[in-house]
Design a protein. Sequence first.
Length: 300
Amino acid sequence: MPAVEVHELVKRYGENTAVAGIDLTIAEGEVFALLGPNGAGKTTTVEILEGHRERTSGELAVLGFDPESGGREFRERIGIVLQESAVEPELTVSEVIDAYGHVFPRRRPTGELVELVGLQEKAAARVKTLSGGQQRRLELALGLVGDPDLIFLDEPTTGFDPSARRQAWSIVDNLSSLGKTILLTTHYMDEAQHLADRIAVIAAGRIVAEGTPETLGGRQNAEAVIRFAIPPDRSATELPLTPVSVDDGLALVTTSEPTRALHQLTSWAIDHGIELSSLTVERPTLEDVYLQLVGEDVDV
C-alpha cells in the first residue's frame, strides 16, 4: 500500500482556488520532493496531508488514514519538521527532546536523536544559546522523536551553512535507508537533486510535472550544450561544429546527439594537435527545468 494516495484534491478559500484537483502517489520508503513557488498551493497541500487543514473535496489516504479523521493514532505515525517552531528557550537540548518524547507511545532514545542530528556537544546547552543552524537540527530531532513512519520536512536546511546542509542530507539518507517515507519541500534545487527519488512541481494549484530528478520535464531528452574556447589560431568558421553563438572567444553548440558531436569535435582537435580549453558538456540543470515549468521570474 502506498504511504500517500491523493486523488482530485481541491482546496478553495471562497472564490480563490489554492489546490485545483491534484493527484499524487508516494510509495513507502520513498523520498518525495514537492517543489513550487510561493502561492502555488504547495504549503496548503502539505497541511492537508498532515491533517492540519480541511480539504474542499477529493480523496486521500495517508498511511491508510484520512488525515481529517485519523486522530491520535494517525498523528503518532507522522513526524513534522516545520520551517519555524517555538521551543522553550530555557530548557536544554536533551530536556526538550525528553519533554516531547513523553507524549509518544513509541519513541527514539534522546541520546540517539542527539547523535543523529549532530548535537552531542550541545546536549546540555540551553536552547537559547544555540545558533540558527543548531536550532534547526533540534527541530529535526523533535520531528523524529516519535519514530514516525512518514516524515514531513518543510525547508529542513533553511539557515544551515554548506557543511551543516550536507550533514542534514546524510541524516535524511539514513532515515530513508531505514524505510522511512519522507515528503520534502525545499527551494534548494541541489537538495532536491541529491535527496529525492521523485519530484512533483506544483504551479497555480496544479501538478505541472512529475518524475525523477533526471527525467523531470523531459530533462533527459533536452538538447545538450557544448562549450569550449576557440583556439587562438582558428576562426569559428573552421570549427567542425557550427556554434550557436560565440562570446569572447567561447563557442556554444547545442545538440540532441552530444556523443556524436563531441566525438566529431575532439577528433578534429586531435587531428590538428589542438587542446580544447574550457570544454564542457551540459544538459539543462534541475533549476533550469524548474524555471521553465513555473516561469522564469520566480524565486527558487
